[in-house]
Design a protein around this ligand. Structure first.
Ligand code: PLP
Length: 409
């Protein structure tokens, strides 16, 4: 008899953003007179850079001519893009990453979801709480999370990030084989200092553990002492994999491109007293299950690194940063407590007295036609918060803030 992977049946509800969409759709059916504005899902609104569009057109034309047509490309990504990434994102910043260590993909969500396949089913996984749900849910599907009770999975090690610890996870008190870290953080908008990241690398060495480091929001870092890559930390090449994305950096949420860095020096236990290099195993996994990011998209991603491309993507990022500053200023002036929003496009907003996460979500939706994301959806420690994104258009962001302001008069 065909039987489902029963781990899928353990989930307590649908994926967070599907649940938010369901509730918003139900509300819209009630016929609100105002247009609903979303500060909810972290999707960008600024159009793609002209340099990216030109590269897309050019690559599309190449596909229409026999002499320049491309079929299947290298699963790991074309060398032109891997070399551009290695140079601009790493080597120009003095970071030792080679193009051969970069695996181009159709985005970081697939990569952070898929990477756990490389590890044994009994590995102990640690995550921050609150957390980007993909890290947990992909491990649930693989059977590593145990059972769900009282808002938590009983085989996952949770590292609470609260206002008391400045939304910085403390080192695990119990052993974990794999830890997912995301800085700048989704959802709290917190960032990690060099010193704190050094402590994580030292911990991983001591414990024989691996750090899966998600730097999808690296482009939003403003402060000096905040590392852009975990490989800025000495020794990280031996204990960490890094995930990056063009989604938030260059508006590729619809175009789809990201990459993983798997250093050639990174090894894990072979389960038999020896060590095994991770890079060839990820290469095997990619070659087996993936046929590569489209050529035209890789040419578009390459154009992000051109002089024109750089000017344009930084102008778009500046729009979101300005939104984040305005949101912080206005929300604080309404008496709300706001965290994040400085080195990140997310604001972690404390619900006012008397409201929990979903309560505040409903208040904003029903009284102001504003969508946010309930913090508790990211984990038990997110209760009492909502996440708001700075990715809206400036006009929508300003209108959303006015509507929220009217609620707090
Ligand atoms: N990692 C984090 C922390 C994210 O917040 C997101 C998207 O919201 C992703 C990865 C996925 O990015 P991509 O669009 O490249 O799949």
């Amino acid at each position: 008899m065909t039987t489902i992977n029963t781990n899928f049946l353990k989930f307590p509800g649908i994926y967070l953003f599907q649940e938010v969409a369901r509730q918003v759709a139900a509300f819209k059916k009630t016929g609100p007179d105002k247009r609903v504005i979303s500060l909810g899902i972290g999707d960008v609104t600024q159009p793609l850079a002209k340099a990216v569009i030109e590269a897309l057109h050019k690559a599309t034309d190449e596909m229409g001519k026999a002499e320049t047509f491309r079929g299947y490309g290298p699963e790991q990504g074309y060398p032109f893009l891997r070399e551009a990434i290695a140079k601009h994102d790493y080597q120009d910043r003095g970071i030792n990453v080679d193009a051969s260590e970069i695996f181009v993909s159709d985005g970081a969500k697939c990569d952070v979801g898929n990477f756990q396949e490389l590890f044994s089913c009994d590995s102990i996984v640690a995550v921050t709480d609150p957390v980007y749900p993909v890290y947990v849910d992909s491990n649930v599907m693989a059977g590593r999370a145990g059972d769900f009770a009282d808002g938590r999975w009983n085989r996952i090690v949770y590292l609470p990030c609260t206002k008391e610890n400045g939304f910085m996870p403390e080192l695990p008190k119990e052993h974990a084989d794999i830890v997912y870290l995301c800085f700048p953080n989704n959802p709290t908008g917190a960032t990690i200092t060099r010193k704190a990241l050094e402590a994580w690398v030292a911990w991983a060495k001591r414990e024989g553990s691996l750090i899966l480091y998600d730097a999808a929001y690296e482009a939003f870092i403003e402060e000096e002492d905040v590392p852009h890559s975990i490989y800025e930390i000495e020794g990280a090449r031996d204990v960490a994999v890094e995930f990056r994305s063009f989604s938030k950096t260059a508006g590729f949420t619809g175009l789809r491109c990201g990459f993983v860095v798997v250093p050639s020096t990174l090894t894990v236990s072979d389960g038999n007293g020896g060590r095994v290099a991770l890079k060839p195993e990820w290469s095997r996994r990619v070659a087996t299950k993936y046929n590569g990011c489209p050529y035209i998209v890789q040419r578009a991603a390459e154009a992000v690194y051109s002089d024109e491309g750089q000017k344009e993507i930084w102008a778009a990022i500046a729009v979101y940063k300005k939104n984040a500053r305005l949101m912080t200023e206005k929300l604080e002036s309404y008496g709300l407590k706001v965290y994040g929003g400085k080195n990140a496009p997310y604001l972690w907003v404390r619900a006012p007295e008397g409201y929990d996460s979903w309560g505040f979500f409903h208040l904003l939706l029903e009284k102001a036609c504003i969508i946010c994301t309930p913090g508790v959806g990211f984990g038990a420690a997110g209760e009492g918060y909502v996440r708001m994104t700075a990715f809206g258009s400036p006009a929508d962001t300003a209108e959303a803030l006015e509507r929220i302001g009217a609620l707090f008069k």
